[in-house]
Design a protein around this ligand. Structure first.
Ligand code: PGA
Length: 248
């Protein structure tokens, strides 16, 4: 049985106050039967790990360096994230691909580093509006997923999470329909199965893009949707809590 996850991506928002808010409600967040993860910005990771240490809420980085260590000012390595107590790390978010030129190859290297450090990557894939309108969505996603799996990572293990996040649905209020989401998730699972065999049944595939408590239920009800990666709505603890409850 694969696990279900709701992960909150704070992006470049939040701070110590939001960490405190989460620590106050942490036990209520985990009632939905799945795993709950929050990804605050780097400076707040340690305080989040400490504040949530008595709870089942896990902490994630939002990015990681390609290099193992060395003279890379401003970078944070996978080992540092592990030292800080992170269990997960988001990689290949479309905002990183778009604004920081992150490529499929970079994503692949980052996954390799994280896996070596014992951190589970949450690998984001998704098409732009233009790609969807040109009928290329499934091809783009296939390229991104195959690149992520290139290291043979999934050959024997399932410690990888994939998040399908159509770029046109991120922060726009436009949500992909449950049918669109299920179609892509089933496609992703079939690619993972092709590359990695039976392990595909164990890889959680999350949906992200304008998820709220009002639409999460029907998205999470889809057969191949194993939870969500939540941006804006994860900055409001009560709204995030409502989304977590919908994970059964
Ligand atoms: P959103 O962001 O929920 O604000 O659309 C999702 C994400 O980018 O992970």
């Amino acid at each position: 049985m694969r696990r279900k996850i709701v992960a909150g991506n704070w992006k470049m928002h939040g701070g110590v106050d939001l960490v405190s808010d989460f620590s106050r409600v942490a036990s209520d967040l985990c009632v939905g039967g799945g795993e709950v993860v929050i990804a605050p910005p780097f400076p707040f990771l340690i305080s989040a790990v400490e504040a949530l240490s008595g709870s089942l809420v896990r902490v994630a980085g939002q990015n990681v360096a390609i290099a193992e260590d060395g003279p890379f000012t401003g970078e944070v390595s996978a080992r540092m994230l592990a030292d800080a107590g992170c269990s997960y790390c988001i990689v290949g978010h479309s905002e990183r691909r778009m604004h920081f030129g992150e490529t499929d190859r970079d994503v692949c290297h980052k996954i390799e580093r994280l896996t070596a450090a014992g951190i589970t990557p949450i690998v984001c894939v998704g098409e732009s509006l233009g790609e969807r309108e040109s009928g290329l969505a499934l091809n783009v996603i296939e390229r991104q997923v195959r690149a992520a799996l290139e290291q043979g990572l999934c050959g024997q293990r399932a410690d990888l999470v994939i998040a399908y996040e159509p770029v046109w649905a991120i922060g726009t209020g436009k949500v992909a329909s449950p049918e669109q989401v299920q179609e892509v998730h089933a496609h992703i699972r079939s690619i993972v199965r092709h590359v990695a065999g039976d392990v595909a049944a164990l890889v959680p595939i999350l949906y992200g893009g304008s998820v709220k408590s009002t639409n999460a239920g029907e998205l999470f009800a889809q057969q191949d949707v194993d939870g969500g990666l939540i941006g804006g709505a994860s900055l409001d603890v009560s709204e995030f809590g409502e989304i977590c409850k919908l994970l059964s």
